[in-house]
Design a protein. Structure first.
Length: 139
């Protein structure tokens, strides 16, 4: 059993950033929560001070044809700030198409109440976990 640093994933949105993290074996992704986009950097700094993370996987928004757009520009700006706030941390992007839709399906299938399913932050955190699990399964 090889213990590694955890991997963090971010599902970046205009209002919120969904966050998930891996276990130390880098096999399972778990949702952490969702944080206001303008406040997430302080949370991430504190998180990185409390435990080691090997890298951050950031969802890369592209349309169905694989083309970039306005959301991609927003994520590019977010990544630039992330590199400034957490220098030296490896950042990887991964196509995030369908993660929010899969998150909604997963939440509904889990038996979560209708009221709880409407919480946007829950969808963002689960989408980050789906993104991270996809990354872990590929590597």
């Amino acid at each position: 059993m090889v213990i590694k640093g955890r991997i963090l994933s971010l599902d970046v949105g205009i209002k919120r950033v969904g966050i998930a993290r891996s276990d130390v074996l880098q096999t399972i992704a778990t949702p952490v929560g969702a944080f206001e986009t303008n406040k997430v950097f302080q949370y991430l700094k504190n998180l990185f001070l409390s435990e080691p993370f090997e890298k951050i996987v950031v969802g890369w928004p592209v349309n169905l044809k694989g083309e970039t757009g306005h959301a991609t520009e927003m994520v590019e700006k977010f990544i630039k700030k992330l590199k400034k706030e957490l220098p030296g941390v490896e950042i990887v992007t991964l196509d995030e198409r369908f993660t929010s839709h899969l998150a909604q399906q997963s939440i509904a299938a889990s038996g979560v109440s209708r009221k709880r399913r409407q919480e946007k932050g829950l969808v963002d955190a689960v989408a980050a976990a789906i993104l991270l699990q996809d990354y872990l399964d590929r590597n």
